[in-house]
Write a protein that binds this ligand. Structure first.
Ligand code: HEM
Length: 514
């Protein structure tokens, strides 16, 4: 203090004036950096916008993952896009995503889904679309009770039995194994939810119903609905010209209502009669009764789990197809741990470090589900000096995070060994990252990872994945992927050939035991 007084008494008026100006500047800069300025110029960079139309003209209608990665290279870790009435942010950096969705979870865990999907098509009960309120919290609790990390081991017998069906079905595949994988995962999920008896009697019908509703939802998500932009249209009579949106909404709603009610009623009847197998429905009804939350948790599992888990498995099998030398290494690890006389069990996983590394790398490499479900902000905020207004859509780009050269060094190289090196613990875990963030992180992640890994290990223990006769394995750089949200290979024509006589024997004895 003394020193300050001495300095002041020795200073000239000009020096005092300069010091005061500097002090005021420091105070103003501090105030500026801690206060949010809605009118500020500090929006992140983004693709060129047109007056009034914003980015409506150059926002992609497909291939989002690839285009968002190109934008990352041009505009950086936060990209700003202006859609009609909707500021849209693409978050390409893991660090920024963790700040926004984990540390500031209270500000950034909303969803913003339109009236058409929520009200007219009847999807407001899907937890992925709900606001993070008390009901959403209760449904997440039910998920934890049924398929949380401590519950999953009780599902191992189901997963192992279905893995046996899977390898038997793969024997017959000539061409793309997609439908075999989708059918297996669909059956695992429906049996997990409603039990073996219901699946035996109604499984195919339930899958068909769910698929139809899911296709309608997928199309609806990719459509800009006029009723979402002009709320007055909500009162437009469905029989009037232009009322098609109401009629197609009503059609979807009756499908969705059937998906929620019909299997649940069957499960209630069997539960009362004591004939319901041990399953998710049984666990939840024993603990929580037959509330609508229980019904909706069960009905959601198929939508949320089938396409996603199947995509991971198909992409893994395809990666093994194009990297046969990795398949060989994995098989020799499986042989040394499991032997050749039995099928792998879920518990074998802990003893398969190389196979686990391949699973992680297959999820990371050219990420199959590059975009999560967009979050929305419920308050104005600043991030790294950029402004995000309340009501913005904030979309994590996993594809960019999983191919960031600052994290991965050589992201375009398929190299499972990166997860076995001495500094592997510093790497993000793709088997966690792709499931999202904060209070909205995927509640099905333990199920998807456990089931997915076991199904692929069961397949790799017995089969080589070869090209069809007369064709050859495509070079990894020549592979093309679909331009949809789930990036499956455009062409995956293969044949699952039993590795040798030992594998044929295991398959024959499995077939006999059915
Ligand atoms: C490979 C498979 C899967 C992937 C990659 C995946 C990924 C995701 C992602 C990225 C989210 C959004 C997280 C966020 O907003 O930050 C999510 C949400 C969700 N997932 Fe999954 N998921 C998978 C499988 C499953 C399965 C098997 C189930 C159910 C059995 C499931 C149920 C849900 C639900 C209910 C939500 C909404 C959570 C909420 O908004 O609170 N998912 N999933």
């Amino acid at each position: 203090m003394q020193a300050v007084q001495t300095l002041l008494s020795n200073a000239s008026p000009v020096q005092l004036g300069a010091a005061a100006t500097a002090l005021i500047c420091v105070v103003l800069v501090y105030a500026w950096s801690t206060k949010i300025h809605p009118s500020s110029c500090c929006y992140p960079k983004g693709p060129p916008r047109l007056p009034l139309l914003g980015n409506s003209h150059n926002f992609p209608t497909e291939n989002w993952g690839v285009i968002f990665n190109e934008w990352q290279k041009l505009y950086g870790d936060i990209v700003y896009v202006q859609l009609p009435g909707m500021p849209f942010y693409i978050i390409n950096s893991l660090e920024i995503a963790q700040e926004l969705f984990n540390k500031r979870a209270k500000l950034n865990s909303e969803r913003r889904i339109g009236y058409m999907i929520m009200n007219l098509m009847g999807w407001s009960w899907l937890p992925a679309f709900m606001s993070p309120d008390a009901l959403h919290g209760r449904i997440r609790t039910l998920f934890r009770r049924g398929i949380g990390p401590t519950k999953m081991p009780s599902k191992d017998p189901l997963i192992e039995r279905k893995a046996q069906d899977f390898v038997l079905d793969l024997q017959g595949v000539r061409g793309n194994p997609k439908s075999t994988v989708l059918n297996t995962v669909g059956m695992v999920i429906i049996e997990l939810a409603y039990g073996r008896g219901i699946v035996k009697e109604h499984g195919d019908e339930m899958i068909a119903l769910n698929l139809e509703a899911m296709n309608l939802l997928e199309k609806a998500i990719l459509t800009v609905w006029t009723v979402d932009l002009i709320p007055l249209l909500r009162f437009w009579p469905s029989w009037m010209p232009g009322g098609e949106f109401k009629r197609s909404g009503a059609y979807c709603k009756q499908l969705v209502d059937r998906i929620r009610q019909w299997p649940f009623q069957m499960a209630i009847e069997r539960h009362k009669a004591g004939t319901l197998d041990h399953c998710f429905a049984d666990d939840l009804m024993n603990e929580f009764g037959t509330s609508f939350e229980v019904r909706d948790t069960l009905a959601n599992i198929y939508f949320a789990g089938v396409d996603t888990t199947s995509t991971l498995i198909i992409r893994f099998l395809h990666t093994m197809f194009i990297y046969p030398e990795v398949t060989k290494k994995m098989q020799s690890e499986i042989d040394s741990v499991v032997g050749r006389d039995r099928s792998p069990t879920v518990k074998d996983r802990n003893d398969l470090p190389y196979s686990n590394a391949v699973w992680k790398e297959a999820i990371r490499y050219k990420c199959s589900m590059p975009l999560g479900i967009p979050h929305s902000s419920n308050e104005d905020q600043l991030i790294n000096g950029y402004f995000i207004p309340k009501g913005s859509i904030i979309n994590p780009n996993f594809g960019s995070m999983l191919s960031d050269p600052n994290i991965w060094g050589d992201p375009d190289v398929f190299r499972p060994e990166r997860f076995l090196s001495s500094d592997a613990s510093a790497l993000p875990d793709p088997t966690t990252l792709i499931f999202g963030f904060g209070p909205r992180i995927c509640p099905g992640m333990y199920f998807a990872d456990r089931t997915g890994f076991h199904l692929v290990i069961a397949a790799m223990a017995l089969f080589d994945i070869n090209p069809l006769p007369g064709e050859s394995v495509p070079h990894p750089t020549k592979v093309q992927y679909l331009k949809r949200g789930m990036r499956l290979p455009v062409k995956f024509d293969c044949v699952f050939t039993p590795r040798d006589d030992k594998a044929r024997q295991v398959l024959s004895s499995l077939a006999l035991s059915r």
